[in-house]
Every structure is written in structure tokens, then in C-alpha cells.
Design a binder for this molecule. Structure first.
Ligand SMILES: [Zn+2]
Length: 320
């Protein structure tokens, strides 16, 4: 009998679900809004209800499932099956997610941090091509990462391994939400790109649409910066070059440390595609030493929004 997996990608606005085969093919997908009211107390019951409802809708039985895997914001205690400090879910106190989901569905449950899980997804069915050593970085409103070394996800002693967003790329640079200065996240996330653009616009004196819009006080987005750079805007080109330098520096040093087969770049900012990839790669070559330069490659993510549910489901393979 072919056995199946459930993947859950818990986010601040939606909860995405998928039913997959044990080889990672998505068979069903759905999502529900995340109800963060009442300190997020509806979230776990909603997850249980939604899984049970869809299993009966598809005439499936819990015995057909190897397990449920979930990616979540916040700090995960994998042994205890709990999450704490997921502020975008209003989860301030410890949530006993595993025990509740297992009791409510009758299916075994496991979870990990959302960026780790997206990394597992890209590694398994995406750009990582199921390699043993794959690093993943997501460039969104923040920057997260997932590191797979020797086939295993790295967690670190306090669960903070893979926090690529807080690698220092500019000593004494922009202040970060983590309290430190000069973190990659402040330069190469969607908001970081805009911050760099605004600062460079102040000092730029040439002809530039980006400068005009910035000086006008218009809302600048990272997408606008990349689009203008692609169109030849002199300031936007400089901004993208600077952002690419920081990314090349951080990812180069990551490669010098872990020497993965590939570093997969995902998240909203990576929508800039090969244009971004090529420029980051230029600096990546500069900041890596020969063995690493010849064996680690930068790639764009392939799974988009599905990386989370696919990677989450792969966690449950440990129950096989
Ligand atoms: Zn930081």
C-alpha cells in the first residue's frame, strides 16, 4: 500500500496544507486563513479540523498516512513538540502543538522551523536535486536559511543554525531587529534593498528615475529597484551591485564553511531571477577559494510557495 504524508506550512496570514506521496508528489493542496485572535488559540484546532475534514472529503483514512510534518515560525523544541515566541501568530507562551495534533488526528506529527522546512523542500524536490549537502537562503521581508549537511538538517545547540540573515556583512552598519549591527537582512531582504536604495539616492547626483521617485517621497519596493536596474537606471544598477556584493560575501563565506553542492536562493527578492543571480555569482566567485568555487554553485529556488509544504511533509518520512 502506498503511504502518504501531510505537509503543513503555518504562516502569519495563511496555513497551507498538502497531501503527498512518500516520494514527494503533491496530490492535494488547500489553504485556510490563519486566525491569530485570542492569542493564537484557534490555530491548532483549525489545523486539526482542516486535516480531518479533507481526509474525509477525499475518502482517506488516518492509517494511510506515515505522518504529518509542519513548518512554523517561532522557536521549535523538537523533543517536546512545542513552539514558543511565534509573535506573528500571537503565540507568546509555549504551545504544545505535537500532542494536540496527534490527539486530534490520530496521525504522528513532527515539526521544524519554517525556513529549515523550506530548505528541506528545495533540497528534496527543487533546485537542490536531493543532494546530501544543500544550503537554502530565503530573501523575503526578512532573510532565513536552512542548512542540510551530510543529508541532515543542521539545528545548532540552541536551534539557531542557518540564521544567515544575521551574518555580519557590514561591521557597525545598519541596526538590525536582533540588536546587532550590519546583518545581511538589513541589506538584502526586501526592506533592506529599499533602505540601501534610499541611502544611496541621497548621495547620488546623476540622472535616475529611482532617485526621482525616492526624492519625491514615493513608496519604493525592492521589485522597483530591480526592474529599474534591468532597464539601465544608473542608481538602481549601483544599488543592485551593492546588494549583490553583500549577498556574495555572506554566501561565499557560507560556502567556504560548509562547501555544499548548491546554495539555493528563494523568497520574494529572488523573483529578480538570473539578473540577481549573475551579479551575486560575480562576488561569490571573488569571495570563495578555489576548491569551493569549483564545487559549490548558486541556484534559484524552483518550488516557490510549495517549498514549505513539501519540505514539511518530508519531516514525516522519519516515521517510516
Ligand atoms: Zn540581525
Amino acid at each position: 500500500m502506498d503511504r502518504k504524508l501531510v505537509g503543513v506550512d503555518l504562516g502569519g496570514t495563511t496555513i497551507k496544507f498538502a497531501i503527498l506521496t512518500d516520494s514527494g508528489d503533491v496530490q492535494q493542496k488547500w489553504s485556510v486563513e490563519t486566525n491569530i485572535l485570542d492569542e493564537g488559540s484557534h490555530i491548532v484546532p483549525d489545523i486539526i479540523e482542516s486535516i480531518n475534514h479533507h481526509l474525509s472529503l477525499y475518502n482517506m483514512d488516518k492509517s494511510q498516512f506515515i505522518g504529518i510534518g509542519m513548518g512554523t515560525p517561532g522557536t521549535v523544541d523538537r523533543d517536546a513538540g512545542t513552539v514558543v515566541g511565534a509573535y506573528n501568530l500571537n503565540w507568546k507562551t509555549t504551545q504544545h502543538v505535537r500532542d494536540e495534533v496527534e490527539a486530534g488526528t490520530g496521525i504522528k506529527f513532527t515539526m521544524d522551523n519554517d525556513a529549515n522546512v523550506a530548505g528541506l523542500g528545495e533540497r528534496w524536490k527543487g533546485a537542490g536535486e536531493n543532494g546530501q549537502d544543500v544550503s537554502f537562503v530565503t530573501l523575503g521581508t526578512g532573510i532565513g536559511g536552512g542548512l542540510i549537511a551530510g543529508g541532515e538538517l543542521l539545528h545548532g545547540t540552541a536551534g539557531a543554525a542557518g540564521e544567515i540573515g544575521h551574518v555580519t556583512v557590514e561591521p557597525n552598519g545598519y541596526l538590525c531587529t536582533c540588536g546587532k549591527r550590519g546583518c545581511l537582512e538589513q541589506y538584502a531582504s526586501a526592506t533592506g534593498v529599499v533602505h540601501v536604495a534610499r541611502d544611496m539616492a541621497e548621495e547620488f547626483s546623476g540622472d535616475s528615475e529611482l532617485k526621482r521617485q525616492t526624492d519625491d517621497g514615493q513608496d519604493i519596493t525592492s521589485k522597483l529597484v530591480f526592474d529599474l536596474a534591468k532597464g539601465g537606471d544608473a542608481l538602481a544598477i549601483r544599488v543592485v551591485d551593492k546588494v549583490s556584493y553583500y549577498l556574495g560575501l555572506a554566501l561565499g563565506n557560507l560556502a567556504n564553511t560548509l562547501n555544499p553542492e548548491s546554495i539555493v536562493i528563494g523568497g520574494g527578492v529572488s523573483a529578480a531571477g538570473d539578473f540577481l543571480l549573475n551579479q551575486v555569482n560575480h562576488y561569490f566567485q571573488e569571495f570563495t577559494f578555489t576548491t569551493v568555487r569549483n564545487s559549490t554553485s548558486l541556484k534559484l529556488a524552483r518550488l516557490g510557495n510549495d517549498a514549505g509544504v513539501i519540505g514539511a511533509a518530508s519531516l514525516a518520512l522519519s516515521f517510516e
